[in-house]
Design a protein around this ligand. Structure first.
Ligand SMILES: Nc1nc2c(ncn2[C@@H]2O[C@H](COP(=O)(O)OP(=O)(O)OP(=O)(O)O)[C@@H](O)[C@H]2O)c(=O)[nH]1
Length: 903
């Protein structure tokens, strides 16, 4: 193409060469004179510049004339199409009008869009590239008869634009996207069958402007039409001609005014663009427009529209809203500063019918908020305790094998301590008084390069006591049975305790060095308890050992490692430690000292640890040999110094990386503890509540511990109970034994959520104490039938309330009178509480109850009395009892129906 000279360009623009040269110098292009040649792009830029200015003047003028009309016409449309209007108002492409950008090449096509028959010629001024790109619409516009074109301009119906195949067939991806998003845009286009007058035409042009704008991002036809329109004859040239006729001064003035307005619009648009939040969907269009800075988008030409649109409140930046696990509809609306109605509408769209005060879950709230352009942060309030425990979850790939933890159980004197001692090759027994284990300790031994941790407990009691506290430290139980003594009551207890904890059992038949050792007898006896030796077809590992002679100890260790291998005990050493306090005491010199077993993670000196309400920094750690260590990994027992107070044995401890969190947890625990101290906790499982618990699905198995005066009763109850299992609840006798109900029974019941049933036995003193703390349900019976009936009734919810004696008061006999036909009348003084006419009465002489009966009469002076209170005198006779003496103590009592509890 022949390069243009400055004067040629000026001629084309109908302006002076000087103006062109000035503009060129503004653009940084230096030219010597009006004869200088210009590069294609330079000429194009200059042309664009002046054309766009012309266009702006034109548009602004037309706009001015049609302001009022458009205000009216558009208002209804806008209100119904807020979103679309927003998008138009936000002015996708507004950024392109920032003055620093190169001139908008689009306006070189202005003649084609807003010209008359001469449009074609004007069009030729546009750059070849541009013509090439839009050759089809331009060509069609030029070829089309003027009348048709004039009709086409306002009537932007798609059928008239079908000729623009290039654009129709190859809509750009973003166009297609918009097409999906705004299918209703089509309706926005008013059809105009008649040929409009120029003024009307201009108004329509203007009115249609937003539609054209949207059309760009609308259907392909519309997109194509927008461009096709450029070739259509329009009223533009006439306006332009009128412009030409005006005196230069007026023109210049108008130009300046128009430019000012344009600047304002641009400024406003720029501001809007800046404040537009990232959550604004429209943003994507802006980005697109920025990319297309060449300015082909028809959206960018709508200056008048931009200017005239009421300056919109800048779109507020939408901050993410914070919600919890759920939120009330009203609150959600408030958080978004919108009406609850809008939220309810959105919910309905999602198929959820909700009222203003209804609670919706976080997921639903998120959907609604996202739909409305808000991001949502869900913050679920978790109590610190949960946070602490949650932090303890380990990913499977972080877990490594850890030493197994073994507990030795068995009957008294069967050799537990001796065996443990023999294994760790030291002589503990010599240092212990009477050879009885004095403390709970834990030690580690190594066999074939693998460590085994032994917890030395005085039998299974401590084991169960820990379990009752929720601590599960034992992986494997070694049941020591002396070969010369055989299975004894505590052997059975130990079996039941281990089973209740679902811990595998290895039987160590000890003292086989003894002459009267009968290991086969032990095996036979244990088959009765479902511990069948492997050689007898069972699955239980039996190892015959002698703690004294150190016989077969390696075999025992090997068997332990074998069971450990099957158990695949694992932990994550690379994390904050957690474990269990095995024992703790207050040492005069060292302060609180706790032996802890690390069960997960690694405990280090300096760690902040908490156990129950005790906390502190680990000051020092010692292993089982008394050596100072700096860290202790999984399954390692260590003595820890640094606790603020003595933590209870069985308490779980945590090393807390976040000391603040640790202290918060302690605070929460202290509050909880105080609350728990105040309220009486209900029994874990009780016959009274059994039916409800069954109904609620809380109880599927009813664990029962049976204690009786003779073994026969234990067996009889076991069998009877097994027969009353139902589909809902299985009755499980987890332990049975002869003798009083002991503390151990209480602990087992507590740990296993069991009920204790006693026949002709009573809880001993320690058991009574333990009961207060553990709230276990104990039922004492004289007849087996009653027990079975009670459990049946409890399971079906028919348990009758029980009657309990309530002491009303105490009365002292001060004087007695014998009256014939009446009997002995006692003159009394109420020392405590009160006595009522219908009281039961118990006569106690020298601490012994000598009579129990009912009152015959109760009088204050000579009058009958219903009740006499403390500090008053009264007279009374007792039914069928006349042997009252001065100094007798009378106890007034009544029987009250109460919920069944401790017998
Ligand atoms: N002959 C023989 N005696 C043993 C063997 N093992 C332990 N004893 C003896 O049995 C008695 C009891 O042993 P301990 O180890 O104290 O038994 P324990 O089960 O720990 O007893 P408690 O701690 O009281 O429950 C001691 O006198 C031991 O010397 C053994 O293998 N052979």
């Amino acid at each position: 193409m022949v390069k243009k000279r400055v004067h040629e360009v000026a001629k084309e623009l109908n302006i002076e060469s000087k103006e062109v040269i000035q503009q060129l110098s503004k653009m940084g292009v230096k030219v010597k004179s009006h004869m200088s040649t210009l590069e294609d792009n330079e000429a194009e830029q200059v042309l664009n510049h002046f054309k766009s200015q012309e266009k702006r003047v034109d548009t602004v003028k037309v706009q001015q004339r049609n302001n009022a009309t458009r205000e009216r016409d558009t208002s209804s449309r806008h209100s119904g199409n807020q979103n679309r209007r927003n998008r138009a108002d936000r002015g996708p492409g507004l950024v392109d009008r920032v003055p620093s950008r190169p001139p908008d090449r689009r306006f070189t096509e202005k003649p084609a869009r807003a010209n008359g028959p001469g449009g074609g010629a004007a069009n030729n001024v546009a750059k070849p590239k541009r013509r090439e790109e839009y050759s089809r619409p331009v060509k069609q516009a030029n070829n089309a008869p003027p009348q048709q074109n004039q009709q086409t301009q306002p009537n932007q119906g798609p059928p008239k634009r079908t000729g623009n195949a290039a654009h129709e067939q190859q809509p750009r991806p973003f166009v297609r996207k918009q097409q999906e998003q705004q299918p209703r845009q089509e309706q926005q286009r008013p059809g105009q069958p008649r040929q409009p007058r120029p003024a009307e035409q201009a108004r329509r042009n203007d009115r249609n402007q937003p539609a054209r704008d949207k059309g760009f991002s609308d259907k392909p036809q519309r997109f194509q039409k927008s461009f096709g329109q450029q070739g259509a004859p329009a009223t533009g040239p006439k306006i332009k001609a009128a412009e030409k006729g005006k005196p230069d001064k007026i023109k210049a003035l108008e130009k300046t005014k128009a430019q000012e307005r344009i600047k304002q619009v641009e400024k406003q648009a720029f501001k809007e663009k800046e404040v537009k939040g990232k959550f604004d969907k429209g943003n994507r269009f802006d980005k697109f427009d920025n990319r297309k800075a060449g300015g082909k988008g028809p959206r960018r030409k709508n200056f008048a529209q931009q200017k005239q649109a009421p300056v919109k409140t800048p779109v507020k930046e939408k901050k993410p809203i914070v919600i919890g696990e759920s939120i009330i509809v009203k609150s959600l609306a408030e958080k978004m500063s919108i009406s609850a109605g809008e939220v309810i509408k959105k919910l309905m769209e999602l198929g959820i019918l909700a009222t203003i005060n209804q609670e919706i879950d976080a997921d639903t709230a998120t959907l609604v908020a996202n739909d409305l352009g808000f991001q949502v942060d869900i913050k679920i309030e978790v109590d610190k305790e949960t946070m602490l425990v949650q932090e303890q979850e380990d990913a499977p790939d972080t877990l490594l094998a850890r030493p197994c933890v073994v507990t030795i159980m068995g009957h008294v004197d069967h050799g537990k301590t001796s065996l443990l001692d023999a294994i760790r090759k030291s002589n503990v027994i010599a240092t212990e008084a009477g050879g009885i284990t004095q403390h709970i300790g834990a030690y580690q031994v190594e066999h074939k390069g693998k460590k085994i941790t032994f917890v030395d407990t005085p039998g299974h009691e401590a084991f169960t006591a820990m379990r009752a506290r929720g601590a599960k430290i034992t992986d494997i139980a070694i049941l020591v049975v002396a070969a010369d003594d055989g299975v004894m009551p505590q052997t059975i207890e130990a079996i039941n305790h281990a089973r209740a904890a679902e811990v595998p059992i290895i039987v160590a038949v000890n003292k086989i060095d003894k002459e009267d050792a009968q290991p086969e007898k032990v095996k036979r006896q244990l088959t009765e308890y479902n511990l069948v030796a492997e050689e007898w077809g069972g699955e239980t590992i039996f190892v015959e050992v002698s703690a004294r002679e150190k016989q077969n100890l390696n075999e025992l260790l090997e068997m332990i490692l074998l069971v450990a291998e099957i158990g695949e005990y694992k932990a994550n050493p690379n994390r904050a430690a957690r474990g269990t306090v095995i024992e703790a005491e207050l040492d005069k010199g060292r302060g609180p000292v706790a032996t802890v077993l690390v069960q997960n993670g690694t405990l280090k000196v300096g760690d902040f640890i908490i156990a129950g309400v005790a906390y502190g920094k680990v000051r020092a750690m010692m292993d089982h040999t008394g050596r100072r260590v700096k860290k202790a990994g999984p399954s390692m027992p260590v003595e820890v110094l640094g606790f603020s107070e003595v933590p209870p044995a069985g308490e779980l401890f945590y090393a807390v990386e976040d000391e603040k969190l640790g202290k918060q947890v302690i605070g929460e625990r202290q509050v909880k503890k105080r609350e728990e101290d105040l309220k009486v906790t209900a029994p874990k499982v009780s016959l009274d509540d059994l039916f409800n618990q069954i109904q609620e699905g809380q109880v599927k198995e009813l664990n029962i511990i049976i204690k009786a005066d003779v073994q026969g009763s234990v067996e009889a109850v076991k069998q009877a109970l097994q027969q009353i299992s139902t589909e809902e609840v299985r009755v499980n006798a987890i332990h049975g034994g002869v003798g009083a109900v002991t503390e151990t029974d209480i602990m087992l019941a507590s740990a296993s959520n069991a009920i204790i049933i006693g026949f002709n036995v009573r809880p001993d003193v320690n058991a009574r104490k333990a009961l207060e703390a553990e709230k276990v349900d104990i039922r004492l019976y004289r007849v087996i039938y009653d027990a079975i009936e009670d459990i049946k009734a409890a399971m079906s919810g028919l348990l009758e309330p029980e009657y309990k004696e309530v002491i009303l008061g105490r009365v002292e006999v001060r004087k007695t009178f014998k009256v014939s036909k009446v009997g002995t009348i006692a003159g009394c003084y109420v020392t405590e509480g009160k006595i009522t006419r219908d009281s039961g009465i118990r006569v106690i002489r020298d601490g012994i109850v000598i009579h129990e009966g009912t009152l015959e009469s109760l009088k204050r002076f000579k009058d009958d009395a219903r009740e006499v209170n403390q500090g008053y005198e009264c007279g009374m006779t007792i039914e069928k009892f006349n042997d009252l003496r001065e100094g007798d103590q009378l106890e007034a009592f009544t029987m009250e129906a109460v919920k069944r509890e401790l017998a």
